[in-house]
Design a protein around this ligand. Sequence first.
Ligand code: ZN
Length: 595
Amino acid sequence: MPDGMKQENRSPEPAAGENKSKEVFYRKYRFSSFSNMCGQQQVASFFINTIKYNKISHAYLFSGPRGTGKTSMARLFAKILNCSEKTSFEPCGKCRNCVEFDRGSAVDIIEMDAASNRKIDDIRSLRDDVTFMPINGKYKIFILDEAHMLTTEAANAFLKTLEEPPPYVIFILATTEHHKIPATILSRCQLVKFSRIAVADIVKRLEFVIGEENAVRDEGLKIICDRAALFLIAKKANGGMRDALSLLEYVIALGGGINITGESVENILGMHSTGQIKNFIESVYLKKPETGLEIIKKVYETGNELLSFLESVNSYLSSLTLVKIGVSSSSALDCDEDDFAALREAASRFEAKDLMALLEIYSECLSQIRFAPDQRSHLEFVYIKSILSPGSGAANPQAQAAAVPSQAVQPALDYTRIEKMINDKITMAAEKFRQSGGPSKPSQASSGAPAGTSAGGAARPQLKPGESKLTLERIKLIWASSFLGRLKEISLPTHAIISSGALSKYSNGVLEIDFTKNAFCGERMNSGLHLTHAEEAFAQTYEEEVKIRIVLPAQEKAARVEQRKKEMLEEKKNDPTVKLLLEEFDGEIIDVEEQ
Ligand SMILES: [Zn+2]
């Protein structure tokens, strides 16, 4: 080995019984033959054929996510290539080369990490090394991990060697970042793609590992791990076997190995169970805010990240959406059959468009919660908003009856209770604000406030009568882009509620917002401080004061009746017979009634 080239400390494949029990799982249970490989079926068949038909290429690029078996495959392939007694595509395990390989002392297999050997001098050393013949094996095999880390100069220097290596040299480059490998190198390598390992395959392997471990454990110390726990570990590993094995070992170590359940894995790994997420989304559908708020509270109090909770909510919602639009296999969603059946059942309660709406609400929340000063309150507001959003579930009796025929009667939405919760939240937030030393009213000093307003006060722009340039069209112009944003800063609940109304009329300083399609939200707008908040946000955005009037169904009906009467009055006035009568008796029409 030339100077400057550090061979990686390769872990030997331990001989039976030799300190094997002390090894970490991912080394102890990395695959050492095609028969115990997990997942990667295409990769396995590719190499089996390569070896069977002796179609060996001089350079390979292994590309794929971390922990998916690239290095293990490179080692297995190298071991087979230099096995002198192989009769099939598997290594014999007995010849001198195999034995040396297992001990970690195979001199013809050189592993390098490009992350620490990335400079041009390292590549020059490698180029020199290439010129020496293998000592024991047929091939000299260079395994270059993290190949994307090579500097441009080093990659260029490597090109010449890669192009025409001596016939006994084989390069295996591995990378997690395929796109960073220069095209000149890519074109000289045979590409082998490693995919993420399916959750079900990881679970199988974990079960195998537990079986092996239990075989040498005393009674009473055996690992008992339920399937829910294994699925959670496999999901958390995100398609990487190495991570899955490390997580399993970690969970066993922390839980003492006795009775590992889904719940204990959730606690140890800070994960959120499907059951919990399901209950959360179900509470949106059933409009039972206590359940969801209780879950948020629990997640918050147990110290679990609300961010990862939201990620799980989003992932669950996207699974529900996929099931709703017709994805029909559990493997496509990386879950077991029971979970899939549960997803199906849950998805049947929603309309696809409502799921999409919820997914939008919660993915927007996910992108914003990072910046929220109080993540819990932020999530709670968004949660309440999702309950109030039209079509999110049982509030619509028709959708409800169609979606859940078995449940003829859903518990009615308790508006008073929800309102109380929202108001409690407002009071709590205001209290927090006061305690933190800030003014009791939200500050206007942030970027959205127009110049001239003082930080804590309610200095409003003063306009003389007749100076107003506002029209409904002009209001609409920046309603979504500026006003709603400003309002959101002042009050999230008001923002949530006002969003379900529609701008309908503006005249003489009165802005009407139509809530005829959502009377519940309209009534909320008329209560508490919502109108004050909205008018404040209006003044700050449009630099004009306005009175906001909420149009509710009854009012709208009254207005329609009034309008109709006016029209009829006009009609009657112009009716020749009526005209005649009025003239004859010097009369006047007092009222008209529809016939
Ligand atoms: Zn051998």
